[in-house]
Design a protein around this ligand. Structure first.
Ligand SMILES: Cc1cc2nc3c(=O)[nH]c(=O)nc-3n(C[C@H](O)[C@H](O)[C@H](O)COP(=O)(O)OP(=O)(O)OC[C@H]3O[C@@H](n4cnc5c(N)ncnc54)[C@H](O)[C@@H]3O)c2cc1C
Length: 477
């Protein structure tokens, strides 16, 4: 694609195009198990450059995969058919902050934590709080509709996007949504773009709704000997009208993982629940925390500690905060893979679902942890397995299928925050079978030549283990 590379260099400049193998390799994977080399990496700096790249790609039928930080968990930014990986991180200006309208305008390469650092002196923050906030971009958060541990109170990215500027597959620039907190007119196309995983357009600018930074925060932790009790406590906390700013669960596997990795000495119990309340009035935060404490006590929670001291709160949250890397160190030769990793279930079913996850894991020779933002009904899992054994991938595949069959049976959904891309697509297509054709029609209307992140979501292959190469050295047989 020599002449093509010349064309791309003419658009964005010599130094912002690369087809060096080392660069292609870096852009061949994300935080998922998948890997596929792009043909070329392009780093635009302006909207006009994005438009020109899209006109070129559309005319020549070249796939374009928008990429932020590549922290997606399911193969979102993996270029399954090669083509152009469009690295959006150079478009990273904060364009406007308007405290009086509680909004800001940004280019999409801005990193979440950097935006919050700049917003802090104004007394505001951008509410979605993914654990990957120190690396993930606003564009990637829009692509996946990311959320995080505070979504229980503040919602997901979609709830904080007012308007977008989007470059379409043919290079046209469109403005979607508005600058206002309400916008009742017509199809909600800005909202449609959120969570579309780079398949409908390249988002270049976003108008974001902010929240005032809370003045007070308090946190607590409770231990449970039975998962059912933890599940009932979570469901009761939410249904009694208290809105915690965080309500997290860690199961026994998660507790073991952080104890092994960090020697934290967390108690050997079936589950730990961590809760947090925030707000502008100290007494009201204290009142809510006390009520949550009573609810945990009513459901046999023990060892309950609450505090509003920042150091003590950091200590309470340490195990949960460091859980993700700790899972990678669970056992010799095991890796932690993000498969079936963020289902959402009705609040009353959280404990049942965690128990079923453990049974499925045992049946299929893998280890699975369950934890996460249970105040939103969201359960994270990781499958710990030996990725060098072919048979373990078959085990993992069976486990994923069985878990999702159960999740659908109890009225749950495939993904509460990480999105679908490749790894979750086969099950998700079963869940969404009634809307797949509608989604394909929308895709055809906006991207008739199927160049935007092709073969993802409803068009992904039916076997995720064969959708791309796997990032591991798998010994066959
Ligand atoms: C350690 C870790 C913790 C995580 N914690 C959370 C969490 O708490 N909550 C959560 O929701 N997620 C979490 N994630 C998943 C991931 O970080 C988020 O989905 C994040 O929003 C992805 O951002 P990114 O910039 O890395 O996007 P990428 O991974 O680069 O891209 C994600 C998707 O968005 C599309 N995209 C990117 N930019 C654009 C654009 N400009 N226009 C159109 N489409 C675009 C891509 O094509 C792709 O489909 C975590 C991941 C890791 C590795």
């Amino acid at each position: 694609m020599k002449s093509d590379i010349g064309m791309l260099k003419a658009i964005v400049g010599e130094s912002d195009v690369s087809d060096e193998l080392a660069d292609l390799y870096v852009y061949s994977s994300d935080a998922s198990v998948h890997q596929a080399l792009p043909s070329v990496v392009v780093r635009p700096k302006t909207i006009e450059e994005v438009q020109q790249v899209m006109r070129y790609a559309n005319g020549n039928r070249v796939p374009v995969i928008a990429r932020g930080a590549g922290s997606g968990m399911s193969g979102h930014a993996v270029p399954i058919d090669g083509g152009i990986v469009l690295d959006m991180k150079r478009m990273n200006r904060i364009l406007e902050i308007k405290p009086e309208d509680i909004l800001c305008k940004v280019e999409v390469g801005v990193v979440n934590d950097e935006l919050n650092r700049v917003l802090k002196p104004y007394g505001f923050f951008f509410p979605p709080t993914p654990s990957s906030g120190n690396i993930c971009t606003i564009g990637g958060m829009i692509g996946t509709n990311a959320s995080g541990n505070r979504a229980v109170k503040y919602g997901a990215t979609r709830d904080s996007v007012l308007g977008l500027k989007v470059v379409l597959a043919n290079g046209d620039l469109v403005k979607l949504g508005s600058n206002t907190r309400t916008d009742a007119s017509g199809y909600q196309l800005a909202r449609l773009m959120v969570g579309s995983e780079g398949t409908l357009g390249i988002v270049v600018e976003a108008t974001l709704l902010l929240s005032p930074l809370p003045k007070y925060r308090a946190m607590g932790i409770a231990n449970f000997d039975k998962l059912e009790d933890a599940g009932r406590a979570i469901s009761d906390i939410i249904s009694t009208g208290i809105t915690p700013s965080m309500l997290e669960l860690m199961d026994s596997v998660a507790i073991t993982a952080v104890n092994r990795a960090l020697n934290l000495g967390l108690p050997d119990v079936a589950a730990i629940v961590i809760f947090e309340c925030d707000g502008m009035v100290k007494e009201s935060v204290g009142h809510d925390i006390a009520n949550i404490r009573k609810t945990c006590e009513r459901h046999n929670g023990s060892g309950i500690t609450v505090s509003d001291d920042p150091k003590e709160m950091a200590r309470i949250y340490e195990g949960r905060k460091k859980l993700f890397p700790s899972l990678s160190r669970y056992g010799e030769g095991l890796v932690s893979t993000p498969l079936a990793d963020d289902m959402a279930v009705p609040m009353s079913k959280i404990a049942d679902c965690v128990q079923e996850i453990h049974k499925v894991a045992k049946r299929n020779n893998v280890i699975m942890s369950a934890y996460g933002h249970c105040g939103s009904g969201l359960i994270h899992t990781k499958i710990m397995m030996d990725p060098t054994k072919e048979s373990q991938w078959e085990d993992a595949k069976r486990a994923v299928t069985e878990i999702y069959e159960y999740v659908y049976k109890i009225g749950g959904t495939t993904s509460g925050e990480h999105g679908i891309a490749l790894s979750k697509a086969p099950s998700w297509k079963v869940e969404k079978k009634d809307s797949l054709e509608m989604m394909r029609a929308i895709k055809r209307a906006l991207d008739p030549h199927n160049i935007l992140n092709p073969h993802k979501l409803m068009d992904a292959p039916d076997d995720w283990t064969k959708a791309t190469a796997l990032r591991y050295n798998v010994r066959r047989g």
